[in-house]
Ligand binder design. Structure first.
Ligand SMILES: Cc1cc2nc3c(=O)[nH]c(=O)nc-3n(C[C@H](O)[C@H](O)[C@H](O)COP(=O)(O)O)c2cc1C
Length: 199
């Protein structure tokens, strides 16, 4: 069964991203067609990128970054839970994307975003461009939560329900399908690399 990581895209105290990611984790794991796990950037405590080379050319050296890359290598697909900061994704998520290369490659991704009127859609549009460069293949389907703060209860808990589930199901359907398809494509690619190395 495929393993799909839900990347928690902000690290600040009181972040909404953990609520969104946790809800999606629970909803997605009810399906039984893939295993969904959290990849919480706060736990990896990545420094601002300070490697001597791009991970495209050399393995990362920072121990936290090595642990992060090793975690990504275990995953077959991703869902990016991204906030919108000044009409883009978070610096924490962009930094994390910069910290790996091969570990991201040839894997599909869906999205969940939130924000004011645009529901984080502008963050996702920026993110799509970055993902192309690390060969993460983005899905059209996404979950968008506009004006999320209007649906908080007294404890600041968002009321997830049918509106989010109706967006989640088609995204997860596509994501699981492409995750399985790309796993075999990755195996072909890996074989090609071995052949090139043997020449
Ligand atoms: C630096 C900063 C910039 C923000 N810019 C936007 C924005 O451009 N659009 C928007 O809808 N919300 C914006 N917000 C509000 C976020 O949607 C809100 O803080 C949300 O909780 C962020 O997700 P997080 O709690 O997971 O960090 C911004 C918040 C911060 C901290």
């Amino acid at each position: 069964m495929s393993t799909i990581g839900i990347v928690v895209g902000s690290t600040r105290p009181g972040r909404f991203s953990i609520q969104a990611a946790q809800w999606l984790l629970d909803f997605a794991n009810q399906r039984g067609d893939a295993e969904f796990v959290l990849v919480d950037l706060a736990e990896f405590a990545l420094p601002m990128f300070d490697e001597p080379a791009s991970p495209l050319y050399a393995p990362v050296q920072n121990p936290n970054a090595r642990a992060f890359a090793a975690r990504l290598a275990e995953l077959d697909g991703f869902i990016f839970a991204t906030p919108e900061y000044n009409h883009s994704t978070s610096a924490a998520l962009k930094n994390a994307l910069d910290y790996a290369y091969a570990e991201w490659n040839f894997k599909p991704a869906g999205f969940i975003s939130w924000g004011a009127i645009a529901g984080g859609a502008r963050a996702v549009e920026h993110l799509r461009g970055v993902l192309a460069e690390v060969k993460v293949y983005d899905l059209r389907e996404q979950i968008v939560i506009p004006n999320f703060y209007l649906k908080f209860d007294d404890q600041g808990r968002y009321g997830f329900g049918e509106a989010e589930e109706r967006q989640a199901t088609p995204m997860l359907d596509e994501l699981v399908f492409w995750t399985e398809q790309m796993a075999s494509a990755r195996a072909v690619k890996a074989g090609q690399r071995e052949l090139v190395g043997a020449r």
